[in-house]
Design a protein around this ligand. Structure first.
Ligand code: 8OZ
Length: 366
């Protein structure tokens, strides 16, 4: 018996139809091939196992070497990376799944050890984040960044555009721009990290500019109906802060809506933490946005069903539950128990904690 809920109803997302409204959220797993940053040998298996999600969003994938901030995260800027991702999308499509890739530039959340020639990571302003990254097998303080020159900004936009072209060549159904969690686009948007005095700093309109220009460029390549974006208005992740996130994100979402992006993916509250971390009116974003509203952060079956029923969201993204439950949709349908996740195997390593979580079918009968 399946439990009645909109969660398992199909959803038309631009030109594609999702089998249900449960999305696998982007999840960093640090298992790409060291040096080439091609998706690792088990990545196709991992994503194919989870293809019964309405939509898979891949782990964040850097659009350039400069955009990398952690050890062994995959890229989408080289030919080999495109070929590696092609194997992933083929396996997912064979299983009837749909998959978007998350496009990422970390900005200041990086380390000189990951940058070409040991250079400083780039940021809107030369302000070091209080935070750690994982590099050379250990946690290290992020490096002191340098402020991007105004003349370098078109190059960043081009990197996102090229990555989008690569993503389409790799067979993705669409792309999600990573505008969340204190990485480059969020750093430009929020006044705690952006102290620029040029056209990309100062008031809300200037700070929102890079996120909107990247969105426009990506949508021009993939089609707006295959372009989503993830934001996290109030998260403190990676030492990010804004003095007026409601006004900032109301403005940003008006701009994204005008670009007709297909979905707005919102981390509600603190990423991986409390949903009520800071006051924020998410309904205001839903109202302003013309496309689908994808809600994320600590959703379970009950909350997802309630929010969909109330028409407060169209899609629900589940993160950690998808790590440990490849057949999450089937388990939720049946009201079956969920496997617990092992946080010791989230980042790096091999099959353990990656492709070895059992499905219901694989479990011994009681
Ligand atoms: C966990 C570890 C490293 C990166 C994010 C891409 O927070 C990440 C990330 C998460 O968006």
């Amino acid at each position: 018996m399946s439990r009645p809920t909109k969660l398992f109803e199909p959803y038309k997302l631009g030109p594609i139809t999702l089998a249900n409204r449960a999305v696998m959220a982007p999840l960093t797993r640090n298992r790409a091939v060291p040096g080439s940053f091609v998706p690792g040998p088990l990545a196709a298996e991992y994503y194919a196992q989870r293809a019964s999600a309405g939509l898979l969003v891949t782990e964040a994938s850097q659009v350039s070497q400069q955009g990398q901030g952690y050890q062994d995260t995959p890229g989408i800027y080289s030919k080999d990376q495109v070929a590696g991702w092609r194997k992933v999308t083929d396996r997912v499509h064979e299983r009837g799944g749909k998959i978007f890739i998350q496009l990422w530039h970390v900005g200041r959340i990086s380390h000189t050890a990951l940058q070409a020639g040991g250079a400083a990571p780039v940021a809107p302003s030369a302000i070091r984040a209080k935070g750690k990254t994982f590099v050379n097998g250990t946690f290290a303080d992020v490096s002191e960044p340098r402020a991007l020159e105004l003349s370098e900004i078109p190059g960043i936009i081009d990197d996102f555009k090229r990555a989008t072209k690569n993503a389409l060549e790799a067979g993705f159904d669409g792309v999600e721009i990573h505008g969340a969690n204190g990485y480059l686009l969020d750093q430009f948007a929020k006044d705690g990290a952006n102290k620029r005095t040029d056209a990309y700093g100062g008031g809300i309109e200037n700070r929102a500019k890079l996120m909107l220009e990247v969105s426009k460029a990506v949508a021009s390549e993939a089609g707006a109906d295959r372009t989503g974006i993830r934001i996290s208005p109030v998260t403190p992740a990676n030492d990010i802060l804004d003095s007026n996130p409601q006004a900032l994100f109301d403005h940003i979402v008006d701009g994204l809506s005008a670009l007709k992006l297909v979905y707005l993916h919102v981390v509600e509250g603190a990423t991986g933490g409390p949903r009520d971390f800071a006051p924020f009116d998410y309904a205001s974003l839903r109202k302003r946005f013309s496309g689908a509203y994808m809600a994320n952060n600590a959703y379970d079956f009950e909350l997802a069903s309630k929010v969909l029923e109330a028409d407060a969201a169209d899609l629900i993204a589940f993160g950690k539950p998808f790590i440990s439950n490849p057949d999450l949709v089937e388990r939720l349908k049946k009201g079956a128990a969920l496997n617990e996740w092992d946080k010791n195997t989230f980042y790096g390593g091999g099959a353990k904690g990656y492709t070895d979580y059992p499905t219901l079918a694989a479990e011994p009968a009681e």
